[in-house]
Design a binder for this molecule. Sequence first.
Ligand SMILES: *[C@@H]1O[C@H](CO)[C@@H](O)[C@H](O)[C@H]1NC(C)=O
Ligand SMILES: *[C@@H]1O[C@H](CO)[C@@H](O)[C@H](O)[C@H]1NC(C)=O
Ligand SMILES: *[C@@H]1O[C@H](CO)[C@@H](O)[C@H](O)[C@H]1NC(C)=O
Ligand SMILES: *[C@@H]1O[C@H](CO)[C@@H](O)[C@H](O)[C@H]1NC(C)=O
Ligand SMILES: *[C@@H]1O[C@H](CO)[C@@H](O)[C@H](O)[C@H]1NC(C)=O
Ligand SMILES: *[C@@H]1O[C@H](CO)[C@@H](O)[C@H](O)[C@H]1NC(C)=O
Ligand SMILES: *[C@@H]1O[C@H](CO)[C@@H](O)[C@H](O)[C@H]1NC(C)=O
Ligand SMILES: *[C@@H]1O[C@H](CO)[C@@H](O)[C@H](O)[C@H]1NC(C)=O
Length: 827
Amino acid sequence: MALLRRLVTLCTVLACSNVIAADVSTSGLSTSATASATGQVTPLSMFIPDAASRVNLFIGTTNGGHTFPGATIPHGMVKVGMDTDSPGNHAGYDANPIFNATGFSQLHDDGTGGAVPLSLFKLWPFTSCGKGNTFEECQTSIDGRKALRKVLHDGSPDDAAEPGYFSSNLSTNIRVELTSTRRTALHRYTFPKGTKTPRIVVDITNDGQQSSTDPEMELDPDTARVMGGAHFEASFGPGRYHAFTCVDFKGDGYDLGAPKEFGAWLGNFPVKQTVTITQLYTSFTDELGALFTFAPNPNGTTAILARVGVSFISPEQACANAEEEIPDFDFDVVRSTSRAQWSELLGRVQVDPSDVDPEIVDLFYSSMYRTHISPGDYTGENPRWNSTEPYYDSFYCNWDTYRTLYSFMALHDPATFARVVRGMINIQQHEGWLPECRGATAKHYIQGGSNGDPILAEFFVKFHEHAADLSVPADALYQALLADAELQPPNWDLQGRQANIWKSQGYIPSDVWERSGTNSKQVSRTLEYAFDDFTISQVAKVLGRTDDAKKYAQRSENFFNVWNPNVTFPGRKDITGFMQPRFVNGVFNFTDPRHCSIHDPLQSTCFLNAQNHDGFYEGSPIVYSQYVPHDTARLIQLQGGREKFVSRLNFIFDQDYFDSTDEPSQQIPFMYHYANQPGQSTQRSRQVIAEFYNTSVNGLPGNDDSGAMGSYVAFYLAGLYPLPATRQFLLSSPYFREISFKNPVLNTTTTIRANGFQGNPKSGTGGHVFVKSVKIDGKSWESNCFIEWDAFTSGSLIELELTSDINVPCGATSGTLPPSLSTGGYD
Ligand SMILES: *[C@@H]1O[C@H](CO)[C@@H](O)[C@H](O)[C@H]1NC(C)=O
Ligand SMILES: *[C@@H]1O[C@H](CO)[C@@H](O)[C@H](O)[C@H]1NC(C)=O
Ligand SMILES: *[C@@H]1O[C@H](CO)[C@@H](O)[C@H](O)[C@H]1NC(C)=O
Ligand SMILES: *[C@@H]1O[C@H](CO)[C@@H](O)[C@H](O)[C@H]1NC(C)=O
Ligand SMILES: *[C@@H]1O[C@H](CO)[C@@H](O)[C@H](O)[C@H]1NC(C)=O
Ligand SMILES: *[C@@H]1O[C@H](CO)[C@@H](O)[C@H](O)[C@H]1NC(C)=O
Ligand SMILES: *[C@@H]1O[C@H](CO)[C@@H](O)[C@H](O)[C@H]1NC(C)=O
Ligand SMILES: *[C@@H]1O[C@H](CO)[C@@H](O)[C@H](O)[C@H]1NC(C)=O
């Protein structure tokens, strides 16, 4: 209970939004959910008493996953972790032990592309320096100081991580441990026995891109406090940002006293007794910082704590953050508080692990964990304007996350979701448009449309009745959506849309070059704008703005304007009709449907690149020709009916056009639902998991994209797929006999129970996993293909009857198919 009280007070201090006072000491009790006659489920089954213990933070930490395995609280601003000299060190770390550690820095993103973001204010420990072990011999530069990690018998580096904590043993025999609060990191460096000169470097300038300018730094020779900052380059946009730090040291279990030696350094040259970098000739290199020699512990092991506050406002604020959040340098308390927050948050979703491969349980909680790293809660750290509203950052990018991340949050963490939405609305009120892609307070390039729209709409469609309680202003939310939809910003490549031509033309022509940015990817953008407008129509409908609802629903059908029925897949006459680039005069240009796929004869890439005039972003035309989440019925019609639609889906999988690494493919495995073949969706989605996702360090097929992939996998394992901004979820079977979602805002727990569960086929193929019938609170539910949000608001028991027959239909009538706009869905 002491721990718990601590957790609650700390959370008040840290303004963390939604810590439920779950009594950690009783969470070991396991009670089975029981359905009463009325179907109410009481209480939450605690199958997994400590969900945080099931998280593997190293999934996707080599080979391009770019996942962050360091320490953070849920949506923390500070994400403290190891940086390595590997090529793909976007989140700092690489699990391959051939790479050296170069420092332990305070800020990271998770799973991004672009240039290496953040990774700034690195610390580094030395046991000794050079032959003479003098201060001046310390190789302080990033190349001079780096060292390998110790390697375990199995060939992996001696690194360990769990939610809220990271540790590593370096080849120099120094042990490094890291933990954090929202804006402050706490490091512990344990030096080997006999160390006479424990030294620590503070590096002010080396961010992930080594992009710093105008560094400032001052150290205090008595207390060893270091205050400093610099300007750095944004990762995926044209801007720069200014960040600050404040570092303090303390002996762990002994009095550190004043540092024995101190000085600023420049490259590999520490200069004793200097206290600012202005005392050095700084024009020749941009590597700068502070170095200290501390007293060893005369009575035992020398362990030194470093508390590192960070701010985007000022070094003074970095100090204030640190003093407020970690007043007493108590590593164990900070660590256990972070851990308790994770355990409570992850424990809101409970899965029955019986008859399930433990790796699947780990994969589930690890994936769920990664939905709570970004965006980061930077409240109080917005340098551009003052506001009492929350400020979230690291939307990297909404294009990646809108599809699944926020819908997963809606199930168990609407309070955080509401805070993110409030922060986004506040950005729109000050900048004119919702954030699309953003990092370190700087705008980044848009990838698709204005994909803040589906995020706000997802919140409002599901939680409009609670919006006022959650301090989300409905009017302002709607105005923010309208701004995206109607007003063209001067820099539509950073926020908003090409609204003018979208309104006049109904698609983005491939031969109109508008001022600003990347005049490419016009077909993808057309499809994104169409879906964005659909989500606005759903909000308008909730608000009773019938005319707007109709207008935006009509605009959402504009995807049809880039459909060319006459393009045929090379060598496959039966696969006809594709999304294609179109000129302003209405004539279509041609892009090979294989473009950007692994079978593209030209081997083109579809990344953001102004030189590409092909029309497509991170997906081939054949993938984008499936990309109309709100009106698949119309798509089926365009493709020549259900049979053709299904054979096209099969072709996409069988010929490897399904691209597991990029988001435009994410819904495709579930699309058989719309052709009344939900068993095929169940099998395809399970095959995708079996083939591409696992708990190994390379267990991600592409970047995690700020949790986009994590939330996607969590949904697949839960047997659900979301349709953002609607009240429906596509339904499959969970990988568990039972999975339940506790929603603290609605105060409900919803359980999906798979009756007759017999485990999961390893390869994803076949098995007793197909949904034959559904009961909600004891009453039969007509569709095997979707369930309504109402089941989650009321806290229902959803019982699935399973079968081995893959050919089960959605149900008896056409009303049992998931909704589509053109067939009157969503009303
Ligand atoms: C690790 O650092 C050592 C010493 O600087 C260097 O020789 C080695 O090449 C580095 N490893 C990699 C993968 O860069
Ligand atoms: C590092 O070494 C310590 C013993 O000094 C050990 O307890 C720990 O498990 C090792 N590994 C990590 C990753 O901390
Ligand atoms: C070492 O231990 C002695 C005896 O317990 C104590 O008086 C002294 O303060 C300790 N030294 C440090 C630096 O903590
Ligand atoms: C925010 O308020 C503080 C304190 O009044 C002020 O110093 C600062 O300049 C303000 N920041 C902005 C961006 O307006
Ligand atoms: C497709 O071909 C038909 C028949 O030749 C023609 O009438 C129609 O205009 C063509 N459509 C487009 C978009 O090219
Ligand atoms: C038409 O498409 C081709 C092939 O992708 C491309 O090279 C060309 O630039 C396009 N024309 C225009 C005006 O966009
Ligand atoms: C794990 O997933 C990765 C990435 O998709 C894949 O390359 C690898 O083969 C998988 N490993 C196993 C053991 O399935
Ligand atoms: C939540 O529901 C439980 C059980 O129905 C009830 O005991 C509790 O008071 C409710 N809590 C809130 C905050 O409404």
